[in-house]
Design a protein around this ligand. Sequence first.
Ligand code: SAM
Length: 185
Amino acid sequence: MGAIKFFIQGIKNFKEVGTFSRSSHFVGKTMTKDKYIDWENAKCIVELGAGDGPITKQILQKMSPDAKLLCFEINDKFCEELHESFGHDNRITIIKDDAKKLGEYIRQAGFEYADAVLSEIPFVIIPEDDIIEESHRCLKKGGNYVQLHYSLVAKKRYERIFGNIEIDFVGLNVPPAFIHICEKQ
Ligand SMILES: C[S@@+](CC[C@H](N)C(=O)[O-])C[C@H]1O[C@@H](n2cnc3c(N)ncnc32)[C@H](O)[C@@H]1O
């Protein structure tokens, strides 16, 4: 999807999209670092709020051939775009449904837990913690929940749910990004 089409989706659905521009390559590179996700052994990976797929693309590049990606997105236009770009890859399941149902879909896919959850849902403008709490519940012990934000204002919410968290900064994005890395203890 081009920058203008993404911008239009951002204007029309700001309460869900939370931004006017898609993530840069550098955001994806940071969120998918080897030190945050054990790509060799991860078999069930979950992405929440995939948009038109800039992070999805990098997750698929790093995943092993026998791993599965459950990719949640509620916006119709973004889902069409995800199907066009990645529908040929049999490792991905594109789920046009609310991310709060991730546990249900993980079980349906035949897994007990997710090895990693990557989220770009804009929780700064979504006050409920249900999706973050469900992600914590569905993660295996030692697995990471990796969340994109453009500020540190939501940091305390992750600390309450996960305990200590780590922050990685990405300057090369509009706006600059703060990646929250939250390990399940
Ligand atoms: C900040 S955009 C991120 C888009 C893309 N991943 C990127 O990094 O450029 C957040 C995305 O989360 C999606 N979203 C918001 N709430 C959601 C929910 N409850 N379930 C699934 N997707 C959701 C929005 O439709 C939007 O595409």
